[in-house]
Design a binder for this molecule. Structure first.
Ligand code: FAD
Ligand code: GLY
Length: 364
């Protein structure tokens, strides 16, 4: 038995690593077990920080997202200071063009007309008739951020064990006693489940009453990237269209996403998926047609039935849940780390957490 830390975090994607760093900075002894860092949705994402462009309605979820967006710049500064590395954080704003105007759009303070939208972004499709401009939304290069988080964890002396898969919770009454893994048994005072789209693998529905509450399932997203031909990036901000978005990186890459597919953990890019992305993106911004394709990839969003994350205590007194971030896990990482660290450290939950408790799905 490997008797480890105060807190054992299962899953080393953006949620697990962000929480580990927050806890370590509070002097908590923390260990992360990571089955496969490269397969994390963290690497597959577009990195948009987009509570407004994603059209999250006024709700506790919007509050959570806006709070996270508000603390992002400081959080990034802290990580960049720890590591001396850059994350590509860019508060570039997000423009959401449309092909048809509806009367109600014109009353929005975020609405920009045809002339204004072309000033913000030249060379948009001639079909674009206006759109929304969200100057406070932005982006981070999520791959660079993943690397920075990993390096920050190393530099802070956090034990991150890559290639170690937790295979089973061993329980005693209402507590997790230890976990079985691909490399032996591990014990801690408390555990955090941060396994993204794979959350149900540890809590299979038939075996556990709690599991029916951990209703996380994979929602596949296919992506691709192209490369700008000029030395300067032709896009001034993210473009967020119908079922397509275009995310310019500072280094000249342009990321195009994303499909949203209920196909379980089926891997690979498909011809239909890539066709959907290319036709949507080149319709919105025709100059893309001439740019060389760099890369295709895919990943699995941790979806839940109500599209909200599952955060907070569980049916086991020493197991905390931090999963189900669906389309907004990159955005929600700093606030998740903060609120879950508070919960672990002070045992008093922020009232916002109550809206994301697993019990909302009810006993089955
Ligand atoms: P993950 O990043 O998936 O990490 C989970 C980790 O847990 C993995 O490394 C996995 O190997 C590990 N694990 C699983 N099971 C075990 C086990 N039994 N033992 C040990 N380790 C285990 N969000 C945004 O905010 N903005 C975006 O623009 C955006 N775009 C996206 C585009 C796509 C195509 C996709 C797929 C997602 C996108 N997301 C976006 C969502 C975001 O990527 C996720 O919400 C976020 O990555 C979830 O983080 P996580 O750490 O919970 O899960
Ligand atoms: N948030 C963008 C996506 O999940 O595709």
């Amino acid at each position: 038995m490997n008797k480890v830390s105060d807190v054992l975090i299962i899953g080393g994607g953006i949620i697990g690593l962000s929480l580990a760093i927050e806890l370590k900075l509070r002097q908590v002894k923390v260990t992360v077990l990571s089955k496969d860092f490269q397969s994390a949705a963290t690497h597959a994402a577009a990195g948009m920080l987009a509570p407004q462009a994603e059209k999250i309605p006024p709700s506790p979820m919007l509050d959570l997202c806006l709070q996270s967006r508000a603390i992002y710049a400081d959080w990034i500064r802290k990580l960049e200071e720890i590591t001396g590395l850059e994350t590509g954080y860019w508060s570039c704003g997000i423009l959401a063009p449309v092909y048809e105007v509806e009367e109600e759009f014109l009353n929005s303070p975020f609405w920009v007309n045809q002339a204004e939208i072309r000033q913000l972004q030249p060379d948009l499709s001639s079909e674009v008739v206006g759109g929304w401009w969200y100057p406070d939304d932005g982006q981070v290069d999520n791959r660079a951020l993943a690397h920075v988080l990993w390096m920050a964890a190393q530099q802070l002396g956090i034990e991150v064990l890559e290639g170690v898969a937790v295979t089973e919770f061993v329980r005693e009454n209402e507590r997790i006693k230890y976990v079985k893994t691909s490399q032996g048994e591990w014990q801690a005072e408390r555990y955090v489940l941060a396994t993204g789209a794979w959350a149900q693998e540890l809590l299979p529905i038939s075996a556990d009453a709690l599991a029916s509450a951990i209703a996380v399932y994979p929602k596949k997203g296919q992506m691709l990237s192209v490369r700008s031909l000029s030395s300067s990036q032709p896009l001034n901000q993210v473009l967020f269209g119908d079922e397509t978005y275009i995310v310019p990186r500072k280094d000249g890459r342009i990321v195009i996403g994303a499909t949203s597919e209920n196909v379980g953990f089926t891997p690979d890019n498909t011809a239909a998926g890539i066709q959907q992305l290319l036709s949507g993106a080149t319709r919105l911004y025709p100059p893309l047609k001439n740019l060389p394709i760099l890369e295709l990839w895919w990943g699995f969003r941790p979806a839940t039935p109500d599209e909200l994350p599952i955060l907070g205590t569980s049916a086991y007194e020493n197991l905390i849940l931090a999963t189900g971030h669906y389309r907004n896990g990159i955005l929600l990482a700093p606030i998740t780390a903060l609120l879950i660290a508070d919960l672990l450290e002070k045992q008093n939950a922020d009232s916002l957490l109550s809206h994301f408790h697993y019990t909302r799905f009810g006993e089955k």
